[in-house]
Write a protein that binds this ligand. Structure first.
Ligand code: PGA
Length: 254
């Protein structure tokens, strides 16, 4: 089985660099003997530089980035800046940013900017709800096609697609658990769109799953959910919970 990627999305946590170092250091220590899969942690921007120095084993990612290289864009951080800091991954189009107003068009520009800065975009897509008429498939197709619009075919494989059904994310009100089967049907659909519409036959982008992943269901998603990795939110803020997920997934490579 090929190497999996497990990504922790800390969101706007923790509230001090001290706590960030403690959490990151705890994770690094606990997985020092674990070395099969790729581990990425995406903390808030301001912690990236310090955390970068704490582990050679854990890759760092940002939770967003702007599309330009530099210039008059107050408050933004560019892919170029992240790249100069040694950051490798950037989450783009997370549902929490979409809820603040980001649309597919802006996310598309950001993906292009991130690719040209030499970084790997983690594009989040996923429906808000599932309806009986299966309209959610169209919703996800639109997100995918609009976000990937105009990206040269030979660069598409660089993108990691994170399927995150918003109804399964831990902070969603009245959330429900998604199953590996829910993930599997959507990843088949996503792979079909990519191969039909985008004409990719050989090197296709990695697809990962996110939405309340924990140590009990992580392996199930990797084995039966049709995905190459996991995007973990809440559980990545707890050393034991996150490293249990990582350790559970080690068995896949034995
Ligand atoms: P969760 O978050 O694991 O807390 O559901 C996942 C995400 O929003 O990326």
């Amino acid at each position: 089985m090929s190497k999996k990627i497990i990504i922790g999305n800390w969101k706007m946590n923790p509230t001090s660099i001290k706590e960030a170092e403690k959490l990151f250091g705890g994770i690094a220590k606990s997985i020092s003997k674990v070395n099969k899969n790729t581990i990425v942690i995406c903390p808030p921007f301001i912690y990236l530089e310090k955390l970068k120095k704490l582990s050679k084993k854990i890759f760092l990612g940002a939770q967003d980035s702007f599309y330009g290289e530099s210039g008059a864009f107050t408050g933004e951080v560019s892919g170029e800046m992240l790249s100069n800091l040694g950051i490798k991954y950037v989450i783009l189009g997370h549902s929490e940013r979409r809820a603040l107003g980001e649309n597919n068009d802006l996310i598309n520009k950001k993906i292009k900017g991130i690719i040209s800065a030499g970084l790997i975009p983690i594009l989040c897509i996923g429906e808000l709800e599932r309806d009986d008429n299966h309209e959610y498939f169209n919703f996800v197709r639109n997100q995918l096609l609009e976000c990937l619009n105009g990206i040269p075919k030979n660069l598409l494989y660089k993108i990691i697609i994170a399927y995150e059904p918003v109804w399964a994310i831990s902070t969603t009100l009245n959330r429900r658990d998604a199953t590996p089967l829910d993930s599997r049907e959507m990843t088949i659909f996503i792979r079909k769109i990519i191969s039909d519409k985008l004409g990719i036959k050989m090197k296709s982008p990695k697809i990962i799953y996110g939405g309340s992943v924990n140590s009990k269901d992580a392996l199930g998603f990797l084995e039966h959910g049709g995905v190459d990795g996991l995007l973990v939110g809440k559980a990545s803020l707890d050393v034991k919970k996150f490293t249990d997920i990582i350790k559970t997934c080690e068995v896949l490579n034995k």
